[in-house]
Design a binder for this molecule. Structure first.
Ligand code: SAJ
Length: 412
């Protein structure tokens, strides 16, 4: 049997993408190396938290159009949706780690035919789509399989926002960058089956750069807000008021300061541009340093506030990398709480409403998981790290007698 689609990697991007194609009538095979994930999906369940994803996956699996497995299959189109983290650093600049993309490409190489379309969705450094083709050609040569010069390649980057993935998957504009024009147009026709936004056609290198540019742009803008927050704090001015009023200017749109930039996109992707041109990117490098420095600033603030108490109890509200998600990866809030837990004399009462137990790094005698209200009641200092919706409802009277550090300006 030949599937319409084989989606490689059933994570935060691959799973919603595979499922939405399946609910639009495509026969989809999800290729996934983790056997627990395969079993979960085939039961119609999910292994990640994202609003309404459970309903979509259940519908996709029950329709018979989505099946997960560990072996490469024959398909018209392959979509690679695997992680592209960075691998340690060579000097001050982290290098991209393309090993997942390479092994995904080599893994499907034997199945690729003259008629195949191979799409890279993973956020990738410029030139990666060309590498995908080269890895597939190389793997086929290594296995003594005939070359497939007719196979088509495109980069169609995902651009969906965690927390609003399903809405954005359908409504966002899409970019299809081909190694050739027919490849881009074929990809465009495929995404039309569910994408209501405009679908723009370009070349693969431009598409790669656009995706990186979007996240680098956001990183630079958040860095501006974070830098402002340091200056305003020193000058005794509320940064939230400054931004609120500055944003009343018709051409000013400053983002919000916070405890740092987390997640596996915005804190990572600018480095892919920097790595390609270190001598030309002082602004992007500075933005990364500003945002990466913010957790340490929060930590020092809290330690200074803690010096007022003999044995300070700190309510830490939120561990996720941003509001209303359960994702702790690259979370500045988690890093701050982990460092606070190592501060002698500090006791921590921690709330993270989207997880059921503390990560192992925080399973310590002086760190307790409680509800937000319990944490506030029992604390000397309240540290708000994430603007989860649950915290909006907290009775402000509870905070009156507490020393407060609101890193998001949520209660100001
Ligand atoms: N943050 C701030 N202040 C702000 C906005 C965000 O401190 O004003 C922080 C958040 O708390 C979080 C980090 O930045 O720690 C990133 O959050 P985010 O909501 O800006 O973005 P992500 O990482 O969830 O998703 C981004 C999105 N990119 C853009 O908005 C340009 C999304 O559309 C991409 O699909 C995603 O990266 C990705 O996968 O690349």
């Amino acid at each position: 049997m030949k599937y319409d689609l084989c989606v490689v990697g059933l994570g935060y991007i691959g799973l919603p993408t595979a499922s939405i194609f399946a609910t639009r009538g495509k026969k989809v095979y999800g290729l996934e190396i983790n056997p627990r994930v395969v079993a979960t999906i085939n039961r119609g369940e999910i292994h990640i938290v994202e609003p309404d994803l459970d309903v979509l996956v259940r519908a996709a699996v029950q329709s018979g159009n989505l099946v997960a497995g560990a072996n490469p299959v024959a398909a018209e189109t392959y979509i690679l949706a695997v992680p592209t983290p960075f691998a340690g650093s060579h000097g001050p600049i982290p290098a991209p780690d393309l090993t997942y993309v390479e092994s995904a490409a080599r893994g499907i190489a034997a199945q690729v035919t003259e008629d195949s379309l191979v799409i890279l969705e993973s956020t990738s450094p410029v030139g990666t789509t060309e590498k995908v083709k080269a890895w597939i050609d190389d793997e086929r040569a290594r296995r003594k399989l005939p070359p497939v010069s007719g196979a088509q390649y495109a980069h169609c980057p995902e651009r969906i926002l965690p927390g609003q993935m399903l809405k954005e998957l359908v409504s966002n504009d899409r970019l299809c960058g081909g190694l050739t024009r027919p490849a881009a147009e074929r990809a465009r026709d495929l995404y039309r089956s569910f994408c209501n936004g405009e679908i723009h056609v370009t070349d693969a290198r431009t598409a790669e750069m656009v995706k990186l540019t979007e996240n680098a742009s956001r990183d630079v803008q958040i860095a501006f807000a974070n830098e402002l927050s340091l200056v305003c704090d020193r000058l005794g001015i509320s940064v939230w008021e400054v931004i609120k009023f500055a944003n009343r200017h018709p051409r000013v749109k400053i983002l919000q300061p916070g405890p740092g930039v987390g997640g596996h996109c915005i804190a990572v992707d600018p480095w892919f541009i920097v790595e390609a041109a270190p001598d030309l990117t002082p602004l992007m490098q500075a933005a990364r340093r500003v945002n990466d420095g913010k957790p340490q600033w929060v930590l020092e603030k809290i330690r200074a506030l803690g010096a007022r108490f003999r044995s300070p109890v700190v309510a830490c509200l939120g561990l996720a990398f941003k509001a209303d998600v359960d994702d702790l990866r690259e979370s500045p809030s988690l890093h701050i709480v982990e460092a606070l837990a190592k501060t002698p004399g500090f006791k921590l009462l921690v709330d993270e409403p989207n997880i059921s137990e503390l990560p192992r790094s925080l399973q310590l005698p002086h760190v307790t998981k409680v509800t937000a209200v319990e944490a506030i009641k029992g604390a000397d200092i309240v540290l708000l790290l994430v603007n989860h919706k649950q915290y909006a409802a907290i009775d402000r009277d509870l905070l009156n007698t507490k020393v407060l550090l609101d890193t998001r300006g949520f209660w100001s």
